[in-house]
Design a protein around this ligand. Structure first.
Ligand code: G3I
Ligand code: 9MR
Ligand code: ZN
Length: 550
């Protein structure tokens, strides 16, 4: 989807939200915090049930000017309303919200859709109607790959998830997304134990079956010496065709030390997660993790990645690998208890955040490895982890409280993939509460979910198929090429980006638009509205936490 401007010679049609009340369009748990944001003057509000009967009345609080959206907003809080049902919020001037639910199961379907979205991204296998329904499609990308610049030897490296709206498969983002899902499972197992997603069963909870699909592919990306190819893509992004129609040559691009470290970490984590359920597989993952660690020891220098001439698929370049190596050491220490990993962890503690938790900065995943393990760690290390999480959470809480929409986001956070920033921040709040054994940030956590599901200045729910006014035209090849109007549900959009850099977004978003409003639900706008596995995965973590509490 190059440009809708180019193809039609006129602006693409995009939907805009026509109401003035913004709230979580899926709804709230009976005992949860419940809020709506109203962008016109309003003193009083009612909650009406499905039959138009007023079941609750309240007064708003004038929050004032919200910097990131440019809106002057009022807050309607009805947290002390606890009855199950489907409702609408109505202001004293007669403006109505979209409908929302109050009920203890409210977040389960959202969580299910978010996890199932990974299934629909499976590469190298058919999605039969039995599991994929109307989104069924043939298998894709099963041709063998060659090494870029190599001797033409063919490698069988099929499998894994498509990374995003494109058909590339990248080790660091895949490893990070799989790790988020495994940590969601480790911390909130009850939520997943009975989950029925309608995917091929593996004798383990479905979320782990889905993770295994990615781990199987990651294992193929490891070379015999333990080094790991950085990515597997065609030379250029495919046109907007179905995956099985993309038949260009696949290339394995040179190894990076980030890829080796992230693979070691994720396989070590997988070895722990699968140890009881599939011991043979667990051993295989452990061996892979150890092999890549050995390669990292033998190759202590940073080996980065940038695209060779002529290649335009994702770069996922990083400037350092110290955080990646820390994560690998921490995860291997948690798995084996061997002192050499503890030493490596202790030695690595300089120059990176220990609470950051996305693919480009994974120190927080190393911290999670240590926090969730029984292994002894030095007081110095424990103190550092606590300090990094607590100070970050306090800083983010400050942003959350000064945002009219409750987003823990400063204007600088609205970049390509801003949803990942928001979701990373939600994860940091959750982990800090776990560290302190005190739910001090639960309101902040709820606010991040509210934003994602519609309580933001665009009015969109940023998860496809969740909420009445949700994104439906993401930059996602199959969703465009399948000829079905409805988008596959469960995808998190990249979200508002104050520096829109694709051709259409740059034209569509007027200069000076406030950061939170720099968004369009437009298929060609990849810098605003693409989807990605590593934007879905922290959302799974957040929804698992929310479902666990409701
Ligand atoms: O970190 C800087 C920050 O310091 C600066 O103030 C800010 C101002 O724009 O930019 C920040 O960098 C941004 C960076 O993402 C942060 O991660 C860049 O502007 C932005 O262009 C960059 O976008 C990345 C994009 O690829 C382009 O490289 C996205 O993070 C990344 O998610 C995205 O990944 C693509 C893959 O290449 C291909 N597959 C799809 C995937 C999703 O869109
Ligand atoms: O579809 C691609 C998307 O996944 C990437 O995030 C984006 C940036 O690398 O690139 C998209 O592909 C575009 C390519 O870069 C330029 N030509 C148009 C492509 C979209 O169809
Ligand atoms: Zn594929």
């Amino acid at each position: 989807m190059d440009s809708l401007y180019f193809t039609n010679n006129e602006p693409p049609t995009t939907r805009t939200f026509s109401r003035v009340i913004f709230l979580n369009q899926e709804g709230f748990a009976p005992n949860g915090r419940k809020r709506a944001v109203i962008k016109v003057p309003c003193e009083k509000f009612d909650i009406e049930n499905e039959y138009g009967t007023v079941v609750y009345s309240g007064e708003t609080v004038h929050f004032g000017y919200d910097e990131c959206s440019g809106d002057d907003v009022y807050i309607a809080d009805f947290s002390d309303f606890h009855s199950d049902g489907v409702y609408t919020l109505v202001t004293d001037k007669g403006e109505r919200s979209l409908s929302f639910t109050v009920g203890s199961g409210v977040y389960r379907p959202v969580l299910d859709k978010l996890v199932k979205a990974f299934y629909y991204l499976r590469c190298g296998s058919e999605l039969p109607e039995q599991y994929a329904g109307k989104f069924a499609r043939p298998t894709c990308h099963t041709e063998k790959a060659v090494e870029y610049g190599g001797d033409g030897t063919l490698f069988e490296v099929s499998g894994g998830w498509h990374d995003a709206g494109d058909y590339g498969r990248y080790v660091t983002t895949g490893a990070c997304a799989a790790a988020h899902l495994m940590y969601a499972y480790k911390l909130f197992p009850d939520v997943f134990d009975k989950q029925q997603l309608g995917i091929p069963p593996q004798g383990v909870p479905d979320v782990l079956a889905e993770v295994k699909y990615e781990l199987d592919w990651l294992l193929k990306m490891q070379r015999p010496d333990g080094s790991v190819w950085h990515k597997l893509t065609t030379m250029r992004h495919a046109p907007f065709v179905m995956p099985h129609e993309d038949r260009e040559q696949l290339y394995l691009f040179p190894p990076s030390s980030m890829a080796a470290a992230d693979l070691a970490a994720t396989c070590a984590l997988g070895a722990m997660v699968f140890s009881e359920k599939n011991p043979h597989y667990s051993e295989k993952l452990k061996a892979a993790a150890e092999l890549s660690w050995k390669w990292l020891e033998e190759n202590p220098e940073f080996i980065g990645f940038s695209n060779p001439e002529g290649c335009n698929t994702g770069n996922y370049s990083e400037r350092t690998d110290v955080d990646n190596r820390f994560w690998a050491a921490a995860q291997l220490y948690a798995l084996t208890g061997e002192e050499k990993y503890h030493t490596a962890v202790d030695d690595a503690m300089i120059g990176f955040s220990m609470s950051d938790i996305g693919w480009s900065s994974v120190g927080g995943l190393g911290s999670l490895a240590l926090l969730t393990s029984e292994r002894e760690i030095s007081d110095r290390l424990r103190a550092r982890i606590k300090r990094d999480f607590n100070s970050k959470a306090e800083e983010l809480k400050g942003l959350c409280l000064t945002s009219g929409y409750g987003a823990a986001m400063g204007s600088w956070h609205y970049i390509w993939g801003s949803s990942m920033n928001l979701l990373k921040h939600a994860m940091i709040f959750i982990i800090t509460d776990i560290i302190n054994k005190n739910p001090a940030y639960s309101d902040c956590i709820a606010s991040q979910l509210d934003y994602l599901l519609g309580c933001n200045a665009t009015g969109f729910s940023f998860i496809s198929g969740c909420g009445e006014f949700s994104i439906n035209s993401p930059h996602l090849r199959p969703t465009f090429a399948d000829g079905i109007d409805e988008c596959i549900p469960g995808y998190v959009s990249g979200g508002p980006n104050a520096n829109p850099s694709d051709y259409d977004a740059a034209k569509l978003i007027p200069q000076g638009t406030p950061p939170m409003k720099c968004f369009a639900d437009c298929v060609s706008c990849y810098s605003l509205n693409e989807v990605a596995i590593y934007w879905n995965s922290p959302a799974v973590f957040l929804l698992a936490y929310m479902a666990d509490r409701s």
